[in-house]
Design a protein around this ligand. Structure first.
Ligand code: FBP
Length: 321
């Protein structure tokens, strides 16, 4: 089995700044994994406070945030960090080339009920090192990401890494306490039959989304279902399943969330880069996610991603208007 170190060595990237950042992410993920497996029910409770996005903060949101910030702290390659759990950006080393945007714990609403959760990372280069760090440094199109990754804490703990037009998956071997290459050169199946959407919102979504979901519920000439619905409520887990099996993930604008639920810079952009390097695409219904220029650091967006033919089919509902 090829370890993460060997994988980067083979690509002559073992000494690279990027590897140091990925290594920080992996150390943090191992620590979050230990907390998840610690069996301490206290860790799965609510903090009874709201974050700047007016969402309930779970203890594990803060534990994961602190763990990753601690792991990044001594990495002088990092100029600044944007985290879902922090209102403001966090300054790093002013000479550092890289910026990190992260969702330290994705799927917070599932923490207390033992359902898979994740951590999501977007890695960018700071454009102008002579100018001190500011929010504008993060307001760049997703296509400018250097690398993206997520950790899925599920039946096993997996790192999915998008780098140099490739997506590779690594599984944490608890005995060796290291990540090993288990899913080389991942490609999203062009076609699939899984649709993932929170249908609790279906009465307040765009008619194009409504009509596409109705289409997915259609029966074939033998009266059999043509698609199957799956929605876990953890973006990383829903995307991962659809990437492995073929499917479409949809979180549209709703009356509750008129700009969408998911954050563009540290949830949608990294997932969209992974989808792109795995041969697929992402959109907000009108614009490719990786072409959207954010206006604010915690900005939300509608998000559609998954198997190319299914995404194209949904987008055709917008075009046919
Ligand atoms: P956070 O947990 O990081 O805030 O992420 C948002 C999220 O939980 C996604 O993982 C998931 O896809 C979505 O929100 C679920 O939203 P809802 O509960 O409205 O279906």
């Amino acid at each position: 089995m090829i370890s993460l170190n060997t994988f980067f060595k083979k690509k002559n990237l073992l000494e690279s700044s990027l590897f140091k950042i990925i290594d920080n992410i992996c150390s943090g993920a191992k620590m979050v994994n230990e907390v998840l497996l610690s069996g301490n029910p206290e860790n799965f409770k609510s903090e009874n406070v709201k974050n700047i996005q007016n969402e309930d903060v779970q203890k594990l949101d803060l534990i994961a945030n602190n763990i990753f910030l601690e792991n990044f702290k001594n990495n002088f390659e990092i100029n600044g960090i944007l985290s879902e759990e922090n209102e403001k950006i966090i300054k790093g080393n002013s000479h550092g080339k890289y910026l990190i945007a992260m969702d330290p714990l994705d799927g917070s609403s599932n923490i207390s009920v033992n359902i898979p959760v994740g951590s999501i990372f977007s890695i960018l280069q700071k454009k102008n090192l002579s100018v001190s760090l500011c929010e504008n440094d993060f307001l760049v199109k997703g296509k400018e990401q250097e690398c993206a990754a997520y950790i899925l804490y599920g039946t096993s703990t997996i790192l999915i890494l998008a780098l140099n037009n490739e997506v590779n998956g690594f599984t944490l071997n608890l005995n060796k306490n290291d990540f090993f290459l288990t899913f080389p050169n991942l490609q999203i199946p062009e076609e699939g039959n899984i649709f993932s959407i929170n249908e609790g919102n279906i009465r307040s979504v765009d008619k194009e989304i409504f009509n596409y979901v109705e289409h997915c519920k259609g029966l074939n000439p033998e009266g059999k279902r043509t698609h199957t619905g799956r929605f876990i409520g953890s973006l990383v887990a829903d995307f991962h399943r659809n990437m492995m099996k073929g499917g479409i993930f949809i979180y549209p604008k709703t009356s509750d969330k008129p700009n969408g639920q998911l954050r563009l810079i540290y949830e949608c952009n990294p997932i969209a880069l992974i989808a792109k390097f795995a041969g697929s695409k992402s959109s907000d219904g009108i614009t490719s996610i990786l072409e959207k220029k954010p206006k604010s650091i915690h900005e939300r967006t509608a998000f559609i991603t998954g198997s190319t033919k299914m995404v194209d089919e949904l987008l055709s509902f917008y075009k046919n208007d």
